[in-house]
Design a protein around this ligand. Structure first.
Ligand code: OGA
Ligand code: NI
Length: 352
């Protein structure tokens, strides 16, 4: 594309392009109002939970681990997992495929460009380049991933190893998601068997995110504060940058643990639990020196399945607190609303 290197007249400019040009300042559209700018030097004193998933297979340790998971889900909606069963080479291959994809020429990536949130595969920048008022310092490729045979032919055919490497990781995370759901539903006292089929046939959307080094990381963000819509998001990151809000709305930096995966509770779990568990509000900060990659695997029940509070968790003291919604309802919401202004889950909370 002619416009690579010129951003003023170009309706689409990737942040990889800006980073390659070594712009000394972020263009005005990336500058956030002062109240929304991040604090990059949060203290790391808060210890965020790390769960050794191998202990779930040991009868003597299982209930203690489930207690840790329950505490993490109630207080933060977040924990890290180690010994999760996904081999390190599979993780490194997925990150390598992501690196190579974002290093392709803009022309090549533009073949997958789309601002339609209903498309099963799309390349883009910010949240939605066509409608964002403020832009975020992120490029992404998103694709549906489960069942993989339905979608993989639509994935990038360059780099040539992309489908293989990202596919291996996608399949492994789908298995991990099911194990995590089984544990989390158990901590809520819900019967996994009742939901098993819908979990197995659920939607998996992978968001592969690229956050190049940014000349002014104190003025902008890679992603604004938001929660994910689904059941769980399993996040793989190449370095630090994620921040999350605790239950007092205080921002915490997530420490980087090599080989660990991050588990974030999404809106579907908050609704299913009738508010016992909360989806975690998170944002992405940038670095002046380092590019960061992340692979977010967003899982949800089948696209048209309406999810409401589990009847077992509703009684006189705990009346139904949310209206039902499906993943499709969420997509319709973000087609016409800016999630940087108002969280989706606030639109389905029942007023008391
Ligand atoms: C997301 C997300 C976090 C990250 O894709 O929804 O929150 O670290 N990503 O990239
Ligand atoms: Ni997210």
């Amino acid at each position: 594309m002619e416009g690579e290197g010129e951003c003023s007249d170009n309706p689409f400019t990737s942040v990889m392009t800006l980073a390659k040009m070594r712009v000394p300042h972020v263009p005005q559209r990336y500058v956030l109002p002062p109240s929304q700018r991040p604090t990059l030097t949060l203290d790391l004193t808060a210890t965020l939970p790390i769960v050794d998933l191998s202990t779930l297979h040991h009868a003597s340790q299982r209930s203690l681990t489930l207690d840790t998971i329950q505490g993490a889900c109630k207080e933060l909606g977040f924990f890290q997992v180690v010994n999760h069963g996904i081999p390190l080479p599979v993780i490194h291959d997925a990150l390598a495929a992501a690196t190579e994809f974002f290093n392709l020429s803009l022309e090549e990536k533009m073949t997958l460009l789309s601002d339609n949130v209903h498309n099963p595969v799309r390349y883009g920048t910010s949240l939605n380049h066509a409608s964002d008022k403020v832009h975020y310092w992120r490029d992404f490729i998103k694709h549906y991933s489960h069942p993989i045979s339905d979608w993989i032919h639509l994935w990038p055919s360059n780099p040539p190893s992309y489908k293989d490497k990202m596919g291996n990781y996608a399949k492994a995370v789908q298995v991990l998601h099911k194990q995590l759901m089984e544990a989390i539903l158990e901590t809520l006292g819900l019967n996994f068997g009742n939901l098993q089929k819908e979990i197995e046939e659920g939607n998996q959307l992978m968001a592969i995110n690229c956050y190049p080094a940014c000349p002014e990381p104190d003025l902008t963000l890679g992603m604004p504060p938001h929660s994910d819509y689904g059941t769980l998001t399993v996040l793989l990151q190449s370095g630090p940058g994620l921040q999350l809000q605790d239950n007092k709305k205080k921002w915490l930096s997530v420490p980087f643990v090599e080989g660990a995966l991050l588990v974030q509770l999404g809106d579907q779990i908050e609704v299913m639990s009738n508010g016992q568990y909360k989806s975690v509000v998170h944002q992405v900060t940038l670095s002046a020196e380092n590019k960061r990659l992340s692979i977010a695997s967003l899982h949800s029940l089948p696209i048209n399945k309406k999810i409401g509070p589990a009847p077992e968790l509703v009684d006189e003291q705990h009346p139904v607190s949310y209206n039902e919604f499906s993943f499709r309802d969420f997509l319709d919401y973000i087609s016409s609303n800016d999630i940087a202004d108002k969280r989706f889950i606030d639109s389905i909370k029942k007023s008391v």
